[in-house]
Design a protein around this ligand. Sequence first.
Ligand SMILES: Cc1ncc(COP(=O)(O)O)c(C=O)c1O
Length: 386
Amino acid sequence: MRTDFLPFHVPDIDEAEISSVEQTLRSGWLTTGPKVREFERQFAEFVGARHAIAVNSCTAALHLALDAIGIKEGDEVIVPTLTFAATAEVVFYLRARPVLVDCCPRTLNIDPERIKRAITSRTRAIVPVHFAGHPCHMDAIRDIARRHNLAVIEDAAHALPARYRNQMVGTIGDITCFSFYATKTITTGEGGMITTDNDEYAERMRIMSLHGISKDAWKRYTAEGSWRYDILFPGYKYNLTDIAAALGVEQLKKCVRFHEARRQMAYEFNHAFAKLGALSTPFVDEVVQHAWHLYVIQLNLAQLAISRDRFIEDLKRANIGTSVHFIPLHLHPFYRDTFHYEAHEFPCATQAFERIISLPLYTRMTWRDQRDVIEAVQDVVARNQR
Ligand SMILES: Cc1ncc(COP(=O)(O)O)c(C=O)c1O
């Protein structure tokens, strides 16, 4: 057994990021400025989108996206129940209502058949989450959206770089939102990016991300800018700093290499666990490129004498950090009590929640670290198999 604790995640930061941040610190310009613009340009090119707008979180990105498509009081927005708090909470920012939908058992992504059943005359948008980095069934989702005149805002917090039918995530829905939170596939500590091909949405989101102030507000303290500005709308304070963008520019350069390393590690896990009947490895549809942000196993509880929680405790005792993505929203007190959701209305997510464990999967892990994870999982299974 390993003697030191293997954390669930460690960001991959080296001298390139440190010196990039140092240069920005020495440049005299800390907040939104040339580094943010460089990061946006490079990100837009990387995913192939017309516009990329950097913000200080994916939560901010989702809020701005819903604002840009005109979500307002009384509207309904369809979101998966198996997601993080952010996906649904932003709907409340606009006094609208998130309508929770169950997932598909294999991918754990939102179920298009159940989306259809959740649509009412008040529905305005669908927010699919590419769970763990596996793109959702976008053909079906786009088809439903077209038929019902709904916008598609992708929560791609997990999905960089991912493809659906060879199309980069970031160029599929009306607007796509990415996260650069510390555990994500590339990080700026906290941060996010919005991509869209729609000029009007892009302009609105850019203006709203910085107090609703007219174009290029960030230039007002530069030689080329002017002290004069106009407030066009009551906006938000969601801009990314140049310090964070200095990290982002360097991380983006490594995105493909990071992805290849995670893909290889996922392959090693799949191979090592293939013969364990007590758990299922992640399903990957042949039409997608999985971003491998998370490696989520599903326990086959009928073959085990212990619960998922005990499995996690045993892994922790073996010095392996894990996590659970996610506690479905309908099981949280706020959603349960406000909307009277019952667990049986979301059979897939409710059952999946009892079985899922996210194993450590990141580029800072050595082959020895990965072998420790594999051996610990195999050992817990061997000791508790029915
Ligand atoms: C699916 C999903 N959406 C949105 C977010 C929010 O991202 P951020 O922390 O950048 O606001 C997260 C964060 O973990 C997430 O997992």
